[in-house]
Design a protein around this ligand. Sequence first.
Ligand SMILES: NC(=O)c1ccc[n+]([C@@H]2O[C@H](COP(=O)([O-])OP(=O)(O)OC[C@H]3O[C@@H](n4cnc5c(N)ncnc54)[C@H](OP(=O)(O)O)[C@@H]3O)[C@@H](O)[C@H]2O)c1
Length: 256
Amino acid sequence: MKLQGKTAIITGAGRGLGRCTALAFAREGAKLVLAARSAEEIEHVAEELRALRKEAVAVAVDVSREAEVNRLVQRALDAYGTIDILVNNAGSRGPIGPIQEISLADWEETLRVNLTSAFLCAKAVLPTLMGKKQGKIINVATTLNPRPNLTPYMVAKAGMVQFTKQLSRELKDFHIQVNAVHPGVMDTRMQEEIRSAGPKAIGTDMFDRLKEEGMLHTPAEPARLILYLASAAADGINGEYLSFDDKEVKFLIAHA
Ligand SMILES: NC(=O)c1ccc[n+]([C@@H]2O[C@H](COP(=O)([O-])OP(=O)(O)OC[C@H]3O[C@@H](n4cnc5c(N)ncnc54)[C@H](OP(=O)(O)O)[C@@H]3O)[C@@H](O)[C@H]2O)c1
């Protein structure tokens, strides 16, 4: 079991990639703390895990708010006494449209949900990880190729990659590995929302082409990359940005 005895917080664990990562971690022996705003969704995932005789706690929080993140981390410590892994997966697409039509409020909220949340969660778990001189933080980013009409989201996610590099350098003496992933395009609710906004962001044509080229993933596939980075097999990987669409990355996880 790759994560036997480890405790992991996964944000955005109510559906999509977060849910699949929780299932993959639990199968490998991890104890889970599941976070998202929708209590019903995370409780449902926690029940799925308990039905498999796995340990899971669901905590309904908005990870873009500091007090709620602190409550999440305290709940993890109360439940399991420690934290080993943080997966910053929660995200939302933000406004779709040209920059001149984006309000300041939408810009700030999108950066809060997709970038500030990772800072808040990392900051809250670091005293525990630094005290143990071990740990893993995995940040879910996206492609670094520009996607017009999704600017606040893309900027926040690019910031997540630099945040990963900064943090990895600051923490290298503490044996804490921090890495970012691009999960590729996944058929999830977020993708449905982007598609339904029409060809401004990613139209149905593009979506169909991705499918034809085998580049549309189920979230369970890139969850394997997050599992790999959380495991001891990836101890030597730090400050990297790995894309699930990269053949070498696929090879690495297939042979881990
Ligand atoms: N789908 C893709 O093609 C794709 C591509 C590249 C990167 N990604 C990234 O992959 C990650 C997972 O995406 P997904 O496709 O699985 O999306 P999804 O199905 O929409 O799931 C997103 C999860 O994040 C949670 N969340 C959103 N805002 C939150 C907040 N403020 N506080 C707490 N939880 C919050 C959602 O729950 P609540 O709404 O209940 O809070 C949900 O559980 C995201 O970071 C996304 O940006 C996705």
